[in-house]
Structures are given as structure tokens and as C-alpha cells.
Design a protein around this ligand. Sequence first.
Ligand code: NAD
Length: 474
Amino acid sequence: MQVHMETRTAIPEIEEIYKIQQSNFRFVGQSTAKERIAKLKRLRKAILDRRKELQDAMWKDFKKPAAEVDLSEIYTVTSDIDFTVKHLSAWMRPKPVSTPITMFGSSSKIVYEPKGMALIIAPWNYPVLLVFAPLVSAIAAGNTAILKPSEFTVATSAIIRLIIEEVFDPNEVGIVEGGVEISQALLDLKFNHIFFTGSPSVGKVVMEAAAKHLTSVTLELGGKSPVIIDETANIKATVARLVWAKFINAGQTCLAPDYVLVHESKKHQFITALVSQLKKSYGEDPSKSSDYAAIINEKHFKRLTTYLEASLNLGSKLLYGGDCKALENFIAPTVLENVPLDSAMMQDEIFGPILPVFSYKDSNEVTELINSKEKPLALYIYSRSKKNIKHFMDNTSAGGSGINISAIHIGNPYLPFGGVNNSGIGKSNGHFGFIEFSNQRGVMRQYIPSIIQLLLPPYTKSKRRLLDFTIKWL
Ligand code: NAD
């Protein structure tokens, strides 16, 4: 079992970082695109220079396979930086917009000004990605930032600290380490924007704290993301994509498929293909696989094994897996059927390598079940029928959706990424992240006498006639 020694930043040090950022954020906000790009490139280089250290740290924290670190943490951040570097000058340029004819003699534009001081609070499951991706957007938009990584990935946090201290002066980007108390001490401070990634329950704590200062928030949360596999789906392709998305990081992914709803005509074929793919990907004994992560800590191990035991006691049938080793925080890829809908497993986000499978006859059963729950972060549809896809899309709501794919839609920087209501507020990724950290300042400039001068009180008959004409014709 891994023992995590929490590193904790002292409160006076937090106050000091906050104070120096407070006296510097306007200066940072006036930085040019060239200066921000230079910062992003330095960050990119520092991350790549420490690629091996990051891989080692994440292996130490929760046995995350190096290939998964490369793909889902390092490449995701470096490609995000490359995209931002390419587009930043255009994003920062004020955007001219039209002006109604009634406001003649003026021009209008949107100016993207930095919000100011940003706080970024991250979870443990993608510890590098979820600290650096919001930081890239914060820097791009010209903000200062204080980063608070999760207390559960201590080894990774130590490398993140080295990177941050190497690239930035603390008066522009600072790092604070610690758990709930430290997070709450940060939330007591007045920021201009808080970007939080984590669970919906802590998201509520963050939003309540932000409300005290009317600070804007981006909440990247989680939820139960369903997968629908209809009677027309290509099962071989579905299973390959699903196994990757569900079991990467041992299911500890916000976008991971949470449960599967498969048309009854395809259930047998799906289960057979799923079990065979799991054996192929992780071997007969996945506890020996170096390509399969561990559960982050004892608390989450217990949470997941409790779900599993409770659901088996309530009559669920184990279709595959089920092995758990407390000493290693290991839970095998596990597939279940007949999981009671009122069990904890089907009420909470699973966030682990357990996959309940349900079969359905009628597509309305599917939408009814999905709509009886909170709106998910993602909803996945595997189908070759346009009609079915449209039906499932039109009758559900989700932060994002994958059709014949799962999870990788987050990697398209042209798409907004985020939840809706319980699964999140606000969007990130590429330009959407830049906008999230910017105030879109609407600016109108008058060049010749304005219509308002013709409408000054007293409201004479001719002015009233002008108003009548405006309402009727303009
Ligand atoms: P968490 O909400 O427990 O913790 C996230 C962060 O909040 C940590 O830094 C933690 O120190 C801090 N925190 C915890 N309790 C707090 C409190 N009471 N007050 C103030 N701060 C507090 O989440 P987690 O367990 O680290 O991560 C798992 C959750 O994150 C899942 O729900 C998952 O779906 C979600 N998630 C969402 C995304 C996304 O992009 N939408 C990405 C990854 C994870």
C-alpha cells in the first residue's frame, strides 16, 4: 500500500504569494502575445525536460503506465500549448462587431482583457494535465495564477513544483500544496476567477466560496457518463474503443464510460468481445500488467470494493474480473450485470475499473434511465443508424458526446470541453479556455453626434414622433 506524506505550504507563504501577485497582475495583464507565447514555450520545454521524472513520479503515485503518462498527460499538454501558441495573437486581437443603425456614427468591438488573478485547483487523476491545461489558458489570457495540485499525488506535485519554479516568478505563477484545509484557505482569498476540476460535491463548496466575492468559476466536474450500444453497432470497434476509454488510468477518468446500455440483440456478442479484449489488453492476471494503473489510495480502494461487495450481495452477477488486492490498491477490470439501479454503484460516479452492463429492448427505456439521473459529463452512442443517433441526442443532455468513440473528444481543441449543471459549469479547451479566463469587454466608440443628443429631455412632440418612427421602422 502506498503511504502519501502530504506536503503542505505554510499559510504565511500562501499570503505572500497572493500579495505579490496582487501587486503584479495588472502588469502581467498588459503582456503582449509574444511575451505570453514565450512563457508557454518555456513551460513546454520544462515539461519535456522532465518527462522521465514525471513518468517515474506518476508510477510512484499510482502505478500509472509511462505510455499513459505520455499520451494522456504530456502530449495532451504540449499539443494544447502548440495550438495556443499558433492561435493566441488572433484570439487576443479585439474583435470588431456590427452596430445597429439606430446607434449611427459609432463602431463596436469586443476587447479580451484578462480576468486578473486566477486560482486553479486540480484533482489527482490526471495530475499533470489538469494543472497545466488550465494554466495554459490562464497564461494565454494574461492572468496570474496560483496552482493547487491534489494532495494525493505527492511525487507528481513535487515535479510540478520544480517545473513551475523553474519557469515562472511566483509573482505570476505560484504553487501551493496541501489538502482540504489549504484549499479552503485559498478559497477564502478574493480571486478574479477560480478554475476547479474535481467532484460535484466539492464543486459546490468552491462555488459557495466564490459567491462571497462574486468570483466567476469554471467547474470541471464528473458524473455517470453512459454508453449506449444499439442494435446496429459494430461490436468489434465499439469494444476496442470502450476498453481503452474505460480502463485507461484504471477507470479513474472523469470522462470514463460509467455504465453500458446495450440492445438485447447485441448483448451476448458484446460481452464475449469485451471479455476477450480485456484478456488481450491486460492478460489473464491484470495485477501483473505494467499497462494497468492502481487505484489512487486506500480510501478510494475501499469505496470501490464496498460498491462491488454491496452490489454482489444485492444479486449482481460477475461477468469478468472482481479480483481486489488491498496491499497494492489493485482492482481488476470488472464487468457486472444485474446491478440494482438503487445501489450505490448506480447512484454515484463509479470512478474506477468496474463496468455495469444493462440490456434494453426499447430506446425509450434508455433515455428514461439516463434522464432520471443528473446530466452527465459525456454521453456515448455506438450506432450505425442516423435515426437512432438522432433519437438519443434529441432526448438527452450531456456536457459533450462521442458518437462511435469515447473520451477522445476532449482532445479536439476546436470543441468546447466541460459539463452541464451537475457535471460542470463553463467550458475549457483551446479558444474556449482562453475565453473562460478573459473578460469580454464590450466597447463602443462614438465618432459623430449621437442619437442620444436628439432624445434629451424635455420629451417634446417631435422627439416622441422620432421614437414612434424608431419603434415602427428601425
Ligand atoms: P475532489 O473534488 O475530492 O478534489 C479536487 C481538489 O479539491 C483537490 O485539490 C482537493 O484538495 C480539493 N478539495 C477536496 N475537498 C475540498 C473541500 N472540502 N474544500 C476545498 N477543496 C477541497 O476530486 P478528486 O477525488 O481529486 O477527483 C475526482 C473527481 O474529479 C471525480 O468526480 C471526477 O469526475 C472529477 N474530474 C473531473 C474532470 C473534468 O475535467 N471534468 C477531470 C478529472 C476529474
